[in-house]
Design a protein around this ligand. Structure first.
Ligand SMILES: [Ca+2]
Ligand SMILES: [Ca+2]
Ligand SMILES: [Ca+2]
Length: 220
């Protein structure tokens, strides 16, 4: 059997790489009222601007996340508490405990999620884990203060996810106004395997023709 030339394999590899790079990476949004360049509310506005429609969970009536559009989310840790001064809206919020992680599992794949957090205290930076991504969420507070408010959101138009895990949580964090949405810019078409095969076949044909021409020229 004839071996496939290294040059062809390399080109095929480049094509595959190009195809994977056509996928848009998730975009994150972060702001706080603790000295960040953009506030938590500005970050929320930017997050929402990337969406064509937004659904909310304010934790006022629901013991977990119910966006009212068929999408629900189960929270792995924490409980509802009532505190008008800590809530982003209304009087109730979701509060996690001493330390650890918070995983939110959705019943269906979603493409965008955002949430407010407050009173993050002196923990190290938090992380948000989605699929194979690990996003850093800065902790600029570094002390036992209570008035800090943060917004963190992610928009992932081409790669849905069913779970978000927030790690490295410190002493009693207040979560409120969770939101999800439909990205305004839908998925851009990515080549399907059949397309890649056609590209590969086309490339091979070109190389064979080129070789044929070369050979016939040398023959003369
Ligand atoms: Ca609330
Ligand atoms: Ca505190
Ligand atoms: Ca706290």
């Amino acid at each position: 059997m004839k071996r496939i030339p290294v040059r062809v394999l390399a080109t095929f590899g480049s094509l595959l790489l190009l195809c994977s790079q056509l996928m848009a990476a998730p975009i994150t949004f972060y702001g706080n009222n603790w000295g960040a360049a953009i506030t938590h509310l500005q970050a929320e506005a930017a997050f929402q601007q990337a969406l064509s429609v937004v659904y909310f969970e304010d934790f006022e009536a629901s013991p977990d996340i119910d966006f009212g559009n068929g999408v629900t989310g189960a929270l792995s840790a924490g409980r509802i508490v009532t505190s008008a001064s800590s809530a982003i809206d209304g009087v109730r919020l979701w509060q996690t405990g001493h330390t650890g992680n918070l995983t939110i599992s959705f019943n269906v794949p979603i493409f965008a999620f955002g949430i407010f957090m407050g009173d993050v205290d002196q923990g190290v930076d938090m992380h948000a884990l989605i699929n194979n991504y690990d996003f850093n969420i800065p902790n600029p507070v570094g002390g036992s203060y209570d008035g800090d408010r943060h917004f963190w959101g992610v928009v992932s138009p081409e790669e849905s996810f069913t779970q978000v895990t927030f790690t490295d949580l410190d002493w009693y964090i207040n979560w409120d106004r969770a939101q999800m949405g439909i990205p305004a810019s839908g998925p851009t078409p990515t080549p399907e395997p059949s397309t890649i095969f056609l590209l590969f076949a086309g490339l091979c044909s070109l190389l064979l023709i080129q070789r044929h021409i070369k050979a016939s020229r040398q023959g003369h």
